[in-house]
Design a protein around this ligand. Structure first.
Ligand SMILES: Nc1nc2c(ncn2[C@@H]2O[C@H](COP(=O)(O)OP(=O)(O)OP(=O)(O)O)[C@@H](O)[C@H]2O)c(=O)[nH]1
Ligand SMILES: [Mg+2]
Length: 432
């Protein structure tokens, strides 16, 4: 379908409906402005205000309406963008009164997504979101379409144009869903292949612009697109870890979240976000230098809860520490297994991240004496290759005994191997 074109000169309007504090209101306006700029429009003026109850006809009150009209006139603006969701009739009434195009927040975000989607799945998802958005508008009253007769060859017998439009959109939505399912089944196969192997998946999640892709690129030595603008990433990508401190780990980079994410987007991206449910561990990446980070952390937590991911093991990664005055990032008193501090640009603080990831995926490190039966020479070699063997001796019965340092979960797996016996220590055995 055709993308709505955003014209260059715009007036942006932020109407607060929830009585936010002055600071939060300014932040919301700033974020909205960045969204508008990144969609490729020039912002000529900003209007903000507050309402308790939106007017059904115009959303805003008469005074604001006049103020915006005057700004449109003096700046010769082509477009008024609202940081709110408008009903189709409010949008139409506003367009008529102001004599310009009017976009609401959902249309704006959909528009940005449409320009950024590059992969096959990404494009399908955005089109599905746009069509779903459009179809609600059709149902809720695009009565003018009914007057557009003459679509020869398009209409079924006795249908009005509105019915035809709905039917065509309905078909297209169904078709898109089918194609998306197929594309995801293909990914499902890949996921199954991974499950059969030894690999574990660590997914990066977080608010848009937190630095997920920059962190991902370092961990996997990739070169995906990262940029100082919202929604730089739209497609989830999974790649093998490239850090020697981690073994058998895959990292997934995902689309960033934003507050008031349009429902159509969440629905359409559900399949992509569903990938998160198969992850073994989440890294919640936070831009700790952003003074609004607490609000953003809450928004991300809310979305994770909606997606049923609250119970998933999660490490909070406070990123962009280089922008703050934190002297020693390796100071472990600040770090724990579920919260660490680092900089994806200077690469400080990563030892703590590796430790936390290993702890979450594999449990504690223990050292134990174990014995191997004579046919387990291959396992002895494998254990040596992990670097975990501290000492070796031969028992009185002639068995190989190794003093082994290993992660608890690895050790549990080894206990299934016939001929592998744990000799010590009592404490570990109880823990297992
Ligand atoms: N100073 C500093 N800048 C960083 C750091 N990590 C990322 N950035 C910058 O932050 C901006 C956003 O980074 P991305 O990696 O694209 O962020 P993202 O979370 O992937 O964003 P979306 O894909 O839009 O959700 C870029 O300009 C990065 O260079 C960091 O540790 N320190
Ligand atoms: Mg990204």
């Amino acid at each position: 379908m055709q993308r709505e074109e955003i014209l260059p000169l715009s007036i942006i309007v932020h109407i607060d409906r929830f009585s936010l504090s002055k600071d939060l209101q300014l932040e919301a306006l700033q974020e909205f402005k960045e969204l508008c700029l990144s969609s490729g429009t020039e912002v000529m003026a900003e209007v903000s205000g507050k309402i308790d109850r939106p007017s059904p006809n115009f959303f805003i009150k008469q005074g604001k309406l006049e103020e915006i009209k005057e700004l449109v006139r003096s700046h010769k603006a082509h477009l008024v963008i609202f940081n709110n969701d408008l009903t189709p009739s409010q949008e139409r009434n506003l367009e008529k009164f102001l004599g310009t195009r009017v976009l609401d927040r959902t249309s704006l975000i959909l528009d940005i997504f449409a320009t950024r989607a590059s992969s096959h799945i990404g494009k399908l998802q955005v089109e599905l979101a746009q069509l779903t958005h459009l179809s609600t508008r059709l149902v809720r009253g695009w009565s003018h379409l009914e007057r557009q007769k003459g679509g020869i060859g398009l209409r079924g017998p006795g249908e009005t144009q509105l019915e035809t439009d709905r039917r065509l959109i309905g078909h297209r939505i169904k078709n898109l869903k089918k194609r998306l399912d197929r594309a995801h089944n293909q990914k499902e196969v890949n996921r199954y292949a991974r499950r059969k192997g030894k690999e574990q998946v660590v997914a990066l999640v977080g608010y848009t612009n937190a630095g997920k892709t920059t962190l991902f690129n370092y961990l996997t030595q990739n070169n995906l697109y990262a940029a100082d603008k919202p929604f730089a990433t739209l497609d989830s990508v999974t790649r093998r870890n490239d850090m020697p401190q981690l073994r058998n780990v895959l990292f997934s980079d995902t689309v960033g979240f934003i507050s008031n994410l349009p429902t159509q987007l969440v629905e359409s991206f559900k399949a992509t976000l569903d990938d998160l449910s198969s992850a073994d561990l989440l890294l919640h990446v936070v831009d700790i230098s952003d003074k609004d980070h607490r609000f953003k952390v809450n928004e991300v937590d809310k979305i994770l809860k909606d997606l049923g991911l609250s119970e998933k093991p999660c490490i909070r990664v406070n990123n962009k520490c280089d922008k703050l005055d934190i002297l020693d990032l390796e100071d472990h008193s600040k770090n724990s297994h579920n919260q660490i501090w680092l900089s994806s640009i200077t690469h400080e603080g990563f030892d703590s991240l590796f430790e936390a990831i290993n702890f979450n995926l594999k449990g504690k490190i223990n050292s134990n004496w174990i014995s191997l039966s004579s046919d387990l020479g291959w396992l002895r070699a494998e254990l040596y290759s992990t670097g975990g063997v501290l000492e070796e001796r031969i028992s009185e019965e002639g068995l190989i005994e190794l003093h082994l340092e290993s992660y608890q979960n690895d050790l549990i797996k080894l206990l299934d191997v016939e001929g592998f016996t744990l000799i010590s220590n009592k404490q570990t055995q109880e823990a297992i």
